[in-house]
Design a protein around this ligand. Structure first.
Ligand code: PLP
Length: 390
């Protein structure tokens, strides 16, 4: 375990652990490592200074400076400072994108499995949701189904495509070739893209992370990119996201939908994100990602022995494991019943798709210590075997 991670923090006070006392919380995508110590100390000093009024310009400019450097390094994308906007969080950026792009009744296309809010939110903004099942290749890489996407976009010009890269829940990173081919199809039919790159800091070095908007001039023109330090540095509760919009007209429309002073990041979120994106923050992140790789490896090794029929892939990014438990559910029992028996709270695959597409899957968050994962696997092994023998 990396020495950069403060081993004494094994948080049990996050939303992930808001579960009954005997339940193991591996659902919500947040890490038990908590925020880096240097950020916690800086926040404590900041609070002591009493400077807790409305956010003003100087801290925002400092965040943009820090973001530009680190984002370029993480996503292989150079960004101009005038294209950056700050938002409360990535989901409120998604809300604004839905208001900014297109009209009522336009299609929002979401590859599945998906981060569940992407399936719920579009219709609340008057859009029509279409799901596009992703493909899973023999090497364990999940990618969008371009043929299906082309069929949909050709019939519904002017929609919004929701790209999540690195991908939650599968942990795959889209390749340059995949992104380029996608940009050609979407450009041909006048589509826009909301590119969620919130997991870009948590990558494992097996595949390069490339921001969608950087793959072609047309991708740059039709994309709203959103990211945040909340996953990489565990500061989601502080509320601060960064949005990049290259196209000036799109940016103007975005600005029209943002009521200045009423929506936006918190002052503490801006202070913490500025530090996260500093060189000290990047060094900490490097250690955190090494620790996640260790726990993911540990988890998958144990899973292979205790539940050998489960199917999973080594994630290229994120601390999440997306597991197919179908082989253990032949007797008609469900993933929900399995989690009840094992006293485990994960993200059920059912919430990541529509029409029962991923009912046999579960997303398990491995950003915890090895002993918690051991207990989880033991309980799952015991419960799944009982189910098998029913
Ligand atoms: C892919 C993805 N996007 C967005 C979010 C939510 O981010 P925020 O808290 O910034 O709205 C999450 C949180 O788990 C996520 O995994």
């Amino acid at each position: 375990m990396s020495t950069l991670i403060d081993a004494s923090i094994r948080l049990r006070s996050s939303s992930k652990w808001d579960v009954a006392p005997d339940v193991i919380g591996v659902g919500i995508a947040e890490s038990d490592y908590g925020a880096p110590e240097f950020i916690r100390e800086a926040l404590a000093d900041y609070v002591r200074s009493g400077s807790l009024g409305y956010l003003w310009d100087q801290p925002q400019q400092a965040l943009v400076d820090s973001f530009l450097v680190t984002y370029a390094a993480l996503c292989d994308r150079r960004v101009d400072r005038e294209t950056v906007r700050l938002a409360t969080d990535v989901l409120s950026a998604f809300d604004i994108a839905l208001k900014t792009v297109g009209r009522d009744g336009d299609v929002v296309l979401v590859p599945t499995p998906a981060y569940p809010p992407f399936l719920d939110i579009p219709e609340r903004f008057g859009k029509r949701l279409v799901a596009s099942p992703m493909r899973w290749d023999a090497a364990g890489h999940w990618s969008v189904d371009l043929d299906h996407i082309e069929q949909v976009v050709a019939h519904h010009p002017g929609g919004l495509f929701v790209l999540c890269n690195p991908h939650n829940p599968t942990g795959s990173i889209a390749t340059f070739e995949e992104l380029t081919a996608l940009s050609e199809v979407l450009t041909a039919h006048g589509w826009h893209v909301f590119s969620d790159e919130i997991h870009a800091p948590v990558v494992h070095g097996t595949s390069p992370m490339r921001s969608y908007a950087s793959v072609s001039p047309s991708a740059r023109e039709h994309t709203i990119t959103a990211t945040a330090a909340s996953k990489g540095w565990n500061i989601a509760g502080l509320k601060c996201a960064q949005v990049v919009i290259d196209n000036p007209q799109l940016r103007r429309r975005w600005d029209e939908h943002v009521i200045s002073g009423h929506t936006g990041p918190s002052t503490l979120g801006v202070v913490a994100s500025t530090l996260a994106y500093s060189s000290e923050g990047r060094a900490w992140l490097h250690g955190a990602n090494a620790a996640y790789r260790e726990t993911l490896e540990h988890f998958h090794a144990r899973l292979s022995t205790q539940l050998p029929l489960a199917r999973w892939q080594v994630p290229e990014a994120t601390y999440l494991s997306w597991v197919d438990l179908g082989a253990y559910l032949d007797s008609g029992l469900t993933v929900a019943e399995l989690s009840d028996r094992a006293r485990v709270e994960w993200l059920p695959g059912a919430s990541c798709g529509i029409a029962g597409a991923y009912d046999e899957w579960a997303r398990i968050n491995c950003a915890t210590d090895a002993s918690t994962l051991d207990r989880l696997i033991e309980r799952l092994g015991a419960s799944a075997l009982r189910i098998e023998s029913l």
